[in-house]
Design a protein around this ligand. Structure first.
Ligand SMILES: Nc1ncnc2c1ncn2[C@@H]1O[C@H](COP(=O)(O)OP(=O)(O)O)[C@@H](O)[C@H]1O
Ligand SMILES: [Mg+2]
Length: 393
């Protein structure tokens, strides 16, 4: 292989257009939401303090991209007294980190660490008051902030303390229940204005995909059936544009590997399966060791023909929970773990079932006193492979 080969794709023109970080030139279907945000922010350009805004909606409904468009619109005003700052709170996940980032955006000499919070706070206030400036801070994925009430309190207090100029926030959350976790005071200060982003329907997702296709894929590579299916799948599952784009990207990669030169329904179907497996794999590898060992024991039990099994009507094979526990105990010891008690084991089974990783039924008749029967929700070999990769490497 040489560099020319890497450059040469039969499928893609520019893959990065499909990445979640790419900001398309035109925002579709979000004029209303963007306008509401602009109306909320507009007072700064007349020298008044704007209200705080809270935005929420499920993942992939365009909250981040719309807030970035808002920033663009603010910058277009070229008003030196107004500063818009976008932070993702997955990274800036404490009040201290948010203020530190804020200050480093305002003053370059403050890029070092080690300042006290009080100094950072004063610096923000001074910067605003010095020239009657305004800061609009966009806190994306704000639910990741660990001391959220403290952060909201400090931002609100700063705004109250400022005589001329202002500091307002736009909080964004993927979690609808986020508000419930806030203290009463934070709730009322952050939710002066609320904007909800609804999930996309199939035709909107189709529009979002089509907008990127001509930029990312070579002419005529994508069949219309593939776009229809990808948007239908994403609409049915969660109305998530990120997922729809990801399906398209994966489908393209599959077509590239197959060297067929076309992305059809088949690739989209396969891509969906891959995405599901990835999600499960991420979930499994983040579980505590003993839950992984329980899954592993179930995978081995299912693969071992000498174990008793019970065949359900649907043809799915279930295994005695007690036998899986025995297997689990052996495996734990083999890998140097102290096995958990049977009581905890039942608790784990329950949790794993809630996560959709296993399914259980009751045999009713009480064979050997063990009436619970289990099976994995995913293929045995896949589960085995994931756990061997994370736990037994
Ligand atoms: N209305 C839209 N028009 C064009 N692209 C969109 C739109 N909404 C979402 N996207 C794209 O879908 C992906 C997810 O959007 P994002 O704004 O990150 O969602 P959220 O922040 O709500 O989880 C991004 O790649 C984004 O560019
Ligand atoms: Mg987002």
């Amino acid at each position: 292989m040489d560099f020319n080969e890497i450059d040469e794709s039969a499928i893609f023109k520019n893959k990065s257009v499909l990445s979640p970080h790419y900001v398309p030139q035109e925002l579709l279907y979000r004029e209303e939401e963007l306008k509401k945000m602009m109306v909320g922010v507009a007072p700064v350009f007349k020298g008044f303090k704007p209200k705080n805004i809270l935005i929420y909606g499920k993942t992939g409904t365009g909250k981040s991209i719309t807030s970035k468009k808002l920033l663009e619109k603010m910058n277009d005003m070229k008003d030196a007294r107004v500063k818009g700052i976008y932070l993702n709170c997955r990274v800036y996940d404490t009040r201290y980190k948010v203020f530190q980032k804020l200050v480093s955006e305002l003053k370059n000499e403050f890029s070092k660490t080690g300042y006290s919070f009080a100094l950072l706070y004063e610096t923000v206030l001074d910067w605003i008051e010095e020239k009657e400036r305004f800061i609009i801070i966009i806190l994306d994925e704000i639910d990741f902030v660990k001391d959220i009430d403290a952060l909201v309190y400090s931002l609100t207090r700063a705004n109250d303390d400022i005589q001329k100029g202002g500091l307002s926030m736009i909080g964004i959350s993927n979690k609808i229940q986020f508000k419930q976790k806030l203290g009463e005071r934070s709730k009322s200060s952050i939710c002066e204005e609320e904007i909800v982003f609804q999930t996309y329907n199939s035709s909107q997702l189709q529009g979002i995909l089509n907008q990127r296709i001509s930029l990312s894929f070579k002419e005529g590579v994508i069949t219309p059936g593939a776009v229809n299916l990808a948007s239908a799948i994403a609409a049915r599952e969660n109305g998530d544009a990120r997922y729809a784009l990801n399906l398209l990207l994966r489908s393209g990669e599959l077509a590239e590997r197959k060297k067929t030169g076309k992305v059809t329904d088949k690739e989209v179907e396969e891509a969906r399966k891959m995405a599901e497996e990835d999600k499960a794999s991420e979930l499994i590898s983040s579980l505590p060791a003993h839950q992984q060992l329980v899954l592993y024991a179930l995978a081995l039990t299912s693969a071992d023909v000498s174990y008793k099994k019970l065949v359900e009507d649907g043809g799915e094979k279930y295994y005695f929970s007690g036998e899986v526990y025995d297997h689990y105990t052996k495996i734990s010891k083999k890998f140097g773990f102290e096995p958990i008690s049977a009581r905890w084991y039942r608790e784990y089974i329950h949790e794993l079932e809630e996560m959709g990783l296993i399914s259980s039924i009751h045999s009713g008749s009480g064979v050997r006193g063990q009436t619970t029967l289990l099976r994995l929700a995913l293929e045995n070999s896949k589960v085995k492979k994931i756990i061997e990769k994370t736990l037994m490497k």
